[in-house]
Write a protein that binds this ligand. Structure first.
Ligand code: R5P
Length: 291
């Protein structure tokens, strides 16, 4: 059994291979001067069961194309089984045609994966897990929420967990149940054209003196977390922390979050970043041992 290190997740793949004691296959990769990707498997994989680790990290379009190329090539090179380990499944937020004429990229991505005869697809906290129902292969959507709870259990004494929108309550509930604390959630609406958000509590809650931990699947611009943090403070929070599975942190999001007084921002290595303090490797290994 072999772990293949896709260019976007080399470090994570290395960690997984070393924890499992499996062979690691590197991918030689470079960008041609015109911007196209060159990719090459550096070891033979014929007859092998392979787990390709390639998260769809920014720049998402490039990582996605590399993922598709590598999965197809693994089959062409004779791999007996191909498991796709894609910690961040980008495009999962575009799961419907919200405005007339829009491309429903989430569904098209699934169609493309279905062309590749995968044996399994392993993801983490897919924005809309319903999307995965369209995948023909076995799908396993893991959650980083227990890892996030474990990380913060050593840091917070009087926590309160907050979901920043109506799509995250289940995630907040998992974290709160592990931390043994109260939790609540907010309602967020987003202007479909400008992207501007408006957030309000779904019911009044008291965060007086609490260390509020905002948990979400993705932090991209940080706008969602900043809006939630403002409400948490208005309701008495002593400190605000934020954690997510996929720290995209677009542009200067991290600086803005820090300037907004978020004491600690933490994410996983689904997307390598300055705040990727939690490794998904042990969870990936658990699943691979069972596949
Ligand atoms: C969408 O609802 C997601 O769960 C996140 O809340 C969202 O993607 C975060 O984006 P941003 O950081 O740009 O507000």
């Amino acid at each position: 059994m072999l772990v293949v290190a896709g260019p976007s997740s080399e470090q994570l793949a290395r960690e997984v291979a070393s924890l499992l004691g499996w062979g690691l296959v590197g991918i030689e990769h470079k960008l041609f001067p015109d911007g196209e990707s060159y990719l090459r498997f550096t070891k033979r994989i014929e007859g092998e069961e392979v787990a390709l680790v390639q998260s769809i990290t920014p720049p998402q379009d490039r990582s996605l194309l590399q993922l598709l190329f590598l999965l197809r090539t693994a089959r062409e090179l004779g791999a007996r089984k191909v498991w796709a380990i894609v910690p961040y499944l980008a495009y999962a937020r575009q799961d419907e045609r919200y405005r007339e004429g829009e491309v429903v990229s989430g569904k098209l991505l699934i169609d493309m994966l279905n062309e590749l005869e995968l044996d399994a697809l392993v993801t983490f906290d897919v924005h809309n897990p319903e999307l995965l129902k369209g995948v023909k292969a076995r799908t396993i959507d893991l959650s980083a929420m227990p890892l996030i709870a474990e990380y913060f259990s050593k840091l917070l004494r009087n926590p309160f967990v907050l979901a920043p929108d109506q799509e995250a309550p289940e995630r907040a509930e998992v974290v709160a149940s592990i931390l043994g604390c109260e939790w609540s959630w907010l309602i967020k609406s987003r202007d479909k054209i400008t992207g501007e958000i408006e957030t309000k509590p779904q019911k009044k809650f008291d965060a007086s003196g609490k260390e509020v931990l905002i948990v979400d699947d993705i932090i991209s611009t940080g706008g969602t977390v900043m809006a939630a943090a403002k409400i948490a403070r208005e309701l008495g929070a002593r400190e605000v922390h934020a954690a997510c599975t996929h720290p995209i942190l677009a542009g200067d999001a991290l600086r803005r979050l820090r300037e907004a007084g978020i004491k600690r921002v933490v994410g996983t290595n689904s997307i390598p970043s300055q705040v990727s303090e939690i490794s998904l490797a042990p969870e990936i290994c658990k699943v691979l041992r069972e596949l």
